[in-house]
Write a protein that binds this ligand. Structure first.
Ligand code: PRT
Ligand code: ZN
Length: 360
């Protein structure tokens, strides 16, 4: 480890571990950035009191895990991110699935009023461990964390179609690096060292990785790395930092994961199946639009070809002789092409409606 890395680790350590000695109420606060050896699941919870200044810092008990273990075991337990990029979309998704619960603000847990589900609000980095250890049954997190942590006993159940991003390899704009092979022997700064190492290994290129939590994009300017691998969505952070994307390591989105053993407990399996029907109903509805149109009877065969619907379109006669009303669903991703085709064969008065839920 060179002097620059040592400086970096020291800074990370200082930023990461803020220890308050507040008179009679000693309290340890862990930042929201993961640091090796940190048990951040207890952020903002008081730790066991230290007696005297010379007592070594004891590892805090995972109070949250202990509390979860004592929760209603007949309910399904779901871990979601508290106060991060995925939080609003996750809450929105759960509410669209018909679940009623308290807002996460200032809360660590919430019970659903209309479904046996306990929601646990945690840092996203802790979700793989919570699910893998069986502290919770299911979790919602970015697939990037799954790829990075590869937790045992965990399986992906659903892609949730939000939280889209990509782990992107980028280099300084003026760098001479044009292809990934040009990075051979160079240092890559990243919060995702496993993903990055795997990528280069698969491509048969030998690189060094340095793990940085937060502000990865400044690593080349500081001179600690020649390239970075970081999550991007709009790409504006790269541009602002004079970096240019070289290639994508993988795409990611929010996913629902479960502990392998959840389905082996009959009561939990039943609850999970019910929850999955709700989740899939919301996801299917997002993928389709409901369309109503008027059409002369003779174009019906063409309409059926363009919009086969889920099984077949619903057709009813209009008051006007020789005209029909046709109702069907069309896929969101081919929406405009389909509408253009419908118009070109003679459909008119096309009305498009969103679908709230769709149970297939
Ligand atoms: O506090 P906690 O540990 O829970 O949260 P966190 O700070 O570790 O994660 P958070 O809330 O930033 O991200 C949670 C998840 O959101 C990630 O694991 C991804 O699955 C997903 N996600 C989607 C993103 C982004 N988009 C994203 N753009 N996560 C991070 N970014 C960051 C990226 O690191 C970079 O700093 O946004 C910046 C780049 O954005 P653009 O738009 O400029 O390209
Ligand atoms: Zn995190």
């Amino acid at each position: 480890m060179g002097p620059r890395e040592v400086l970096f680790y020291c800074l990370s350590f200082l930023i990461c571990h803020v220890v308050f000695d507040v008179a009679s109420n000693e309290r340890e606060v862990f930042c929201c950035k993961k640091y090796d050896g940190c048990s951040s699941a207890v952020e903002h919870l008081p730790v066991e009191k230290r007696v005297g200044g010379s007592t070594p810092l004891s590892r805090p008990r995972d109070l949250k895990k202990e509390y979860i273990a004592n929760m209603n075991n007949k309910s399904l337990k779901l871990a979601i991110q508290k106060g991060g990029r995925l939080t609003d979309d996750t809450l929105d998704f759960l509410r669209k699935s018909g679940l009623e619960f308290e807002s996460y603000t200032q809360k660590l847990f919430a019970s659903c009023r209309n479904f046996p589900l306990e929601i646990v609000y945690v840092r996203d980095d802790d979700i793989p461990d919570y699910v893998a250890s069986g502290s919770v049954d299911i979790g919602i997190l970015g697939q990037n964390l799954l790829y990075e942590e590869r937790p045992a006993n965990v399986k992906k159940l659903l892609n949730l179609r939000y939280g889209f991003c990509a782990l992107t390899l980028a280099v300084p704009k003026e760098s001479g690096v044009q292809a990934i092979a040009d990075l051979s022997g160079k240092t890559i700064a990243t919060t995702y060292p496993n993903s990055t190492k795997n990528f280069f290994k698969k491509n048969g290129i030998s690189v060094e990785t340095i793990k940085i939590n937060g502000s990865v994009e400044i690593a080349p300017t500081l001179g600690v790395a020649q390239a970075i691998a970081d999550l991007t969505s709009t790409g504006s952070t790269l541009t602002l930092n004079d970096l240019r994307p070289l290639t994508k390591i993988y795409d990611s989105e929010a996913v629902l994961i479960a502990n392998d053993k959840t389905s082996s407990v009959e009561s939990k399996r039943v609850l999970l199946e019910k929850l999955m029907i709700r989740f899939k109903g919301v996801l299917s509805a997002q993928n389709y639009k409901y369309v109503m149109m008027n059409a002369p009877a003779e174009i019906l065969p063409k309409l059926k070809k363009i919009t086969p619907g889920l099984k077949a379109p619903t057709i009813s006669p209009l008051a006007k002789e020789g005209w029909l009303s046709v109702q069907t669903v069309i896929k969101e991703d081919t929406f405009w092409e389909t509408i253009e085709k419908l118009k070109s064969v003679g459909a008119s008065g096309i009305i498009v409606l969103p679908i709230e839920k769709m149970i297939l």
